[in-house]
Write a protein that binds this ligand. Structure first.
Ligand code: CUA
Length: 177
């Protein structure tokens, strides 16, 4: 070996290390950006992450709350509503006996609980899907931008009438041009 080769080797390794460091940094940064973007979209955009509003020591408490009596629908703004959904074997209230009727563009926060066993609160054609749990009131928000009939189904097996546990949401009117 002479000194010229050593100097070349040294420069070569130094350059290679710079490139490797840069690419390790770029790949880690890409993973970090994708991870943060995925979490952000799931939480903020789709609204599919149900935040647990309340957990009660007595599983029978939510059924006795004033919000879950009557129609279960409260207007909270110009076209904003709170809807208190009670799942029971085998119906959704509101939804099954009386369809939930709202105008197009309605921004709805659903507060969902169960009066007996586990049910799955899913609104077809939307991202809404959360478990109705006795003693727990979960909530999720959604804006109904398209008129039409939406079906609330139960996607958690809850006994003999499970497959008939269906509710209706009717969104009336025309979408804004
Ligand atoms: Cu309720 Cu299945």
């Amino acid at each position: 070996m002479n000194s010229t080769t050593d100097a070349f080797d040294h420069r070569f390794h130094a350059a290679a290390q710079r490139h490797e460091r840069a690419w390790v940094f770029i790949s880690v940064a890409m993973i970090a950006v994708l991870f943060i973007a995925a979490v952000y979209l799931v939480v903020h955009d789709y609204g599919v992450v149900a935040k647990t509003a309340r957990i009660y020591a007595d599983p029978n408490t939510p059924a006795t709350l004033a919000d879950f009596q009557g129609s279960g629908v409260k207007q909270t703004g110009p076209n904003s509503y709170s809807v208190y959904e009670m799942g029971r074997i085998w119906s959704w209230t509101p939804g099954t006996a009386t369809p939930l009727t709202l105008p197009v563009g309605a921004h709805v926060t659903f507060y969902v609980t169960s009066g007996d066993v586990l049910h799955g609160f899913e609104i077809q054609g939307t991202s809404i899907n959360l478990t109705a749990i006795p003693g727990v009131v979960g909530h999720v928000s959604y804006t109904f931008d398209k008129p039409g009939t939406y079906y609330i189904i139960c996607n958690e097996y809850c006994g003999a009438g499970h497959q008939a546990m269906i509710g209706k949401i009717i969104i009336t009117g025309r979408a804004h041009a």
